[in-house]
Ligand binder design. Sequence first.
Ligand SMILES: [Zn+2]
Length: 421
Amino acid sequence: MANPTRRYRAALLTPTDAGELLFLPDAVLEVDPQGRIASISDYQREPHAHGLLQDLRGHLIVPGFVDTHLHVPQTRVIGSAAGPLLEWLDSTVFPEEARFADTDYAAQVAHQFLDCCGSVGTTTFMAFATSHPAATERTFEICVERGFRATLGLTLMDQNCPPALRLASDVALQSSRELAQRFHGAADGLIRFAVTPRFALSCSRPLLEGAAKLSEELQLPIQTHISENAREGVETLIEHPYAADYLGVYEAVGLLTSRTILAHAIHLTASEWERLAASGAAIAHCPDSNAFLGSGKFNLGKALAHGIRTGLGSDVAAGRSFDLRRASSHAFDTAREVGVDVSAAALFERATLEGARALGLADKVGSLEPGKDADFVVLSTKVPQLDQHVAVRLAGFGAELAPVARTYVRGRLVFDARSSF
Ligand SMILES: [Zn+2]
């Protein structure tokens, strides 16, 4: 049975498609039976026009956060990154991912992963699974069951990885096709399948080319990593000598498209910035991960100057927190360090609407506007006077002063702090 129309009274802060920030200290958010936003109004202007509503005064409603890059199977090794990328993959990540040969273990971790997403207000994410088709299938099923807006993919690796994680090119591509056919567009469009080469180093050229063809044929999004670590860049060009630079590998095999999201993009040359911009691909900026692994500092100013869609990613588990407000804080610091001016408001927008744009989902989510899906977070504000300035700081950075009380995806409650312990 469809839900009835629901109305929530609280303060509300959202970026808008028109490029403005909307703040209403006493708003009514109306959600229709299909889970879409029917209207947003000012309670004070029409105090008697709203019928039954949930009184959430003392709370701030914001759009659900959009995490453009993280790894489901790394949930339990969060905080373990202790060194350069390639060493950490060998010592910690690959042994943990190998445990996903056990599908029950994968299911436990998938639930824990979604608990973490919900608890920090992440409603939409683009994530890597492992290279195990059965575990990936189970992870998709759990995302459907739990109601999150998930873009997921089977991680492609046919070289430079432990045998337990290696999946032959033909098997990997056939499994990807089958998973895409079953899950891309599932749950009435909440779920998408992404073609997911881990990175160029872990994939042979035929696998990369096959992945590009599959994405083109089924019009699937693509996620991978680029230029995270200096040594990774050098080894990539040894492995793929036909390319003049890192981006050139993805260009040559057909993976650089407007459906592509590239994580990190730290060590790009001027030419790579130009070509990336021309391709229409997007970037997932993961500042906490970059700091924790010592990978380098992403230059947000260059991405913006080139007009490249850029979202924020927690990159769990190289990132130490699922919380995109923590990623925003790190993005602020990183921008300062490379001489780029940013504000809490701009980073709040990046963690929501810009992230949705990066993932090609801004027609449905990213801001609270009539017609969009009701993906929103209710923050419990502990400050007596909530004006726009304070609301922006709480939504942008202030996790402790404004913890997540509830998280909704398409109008459905997917996390409730009252029942999570
Ligand atoms: Zn990553």
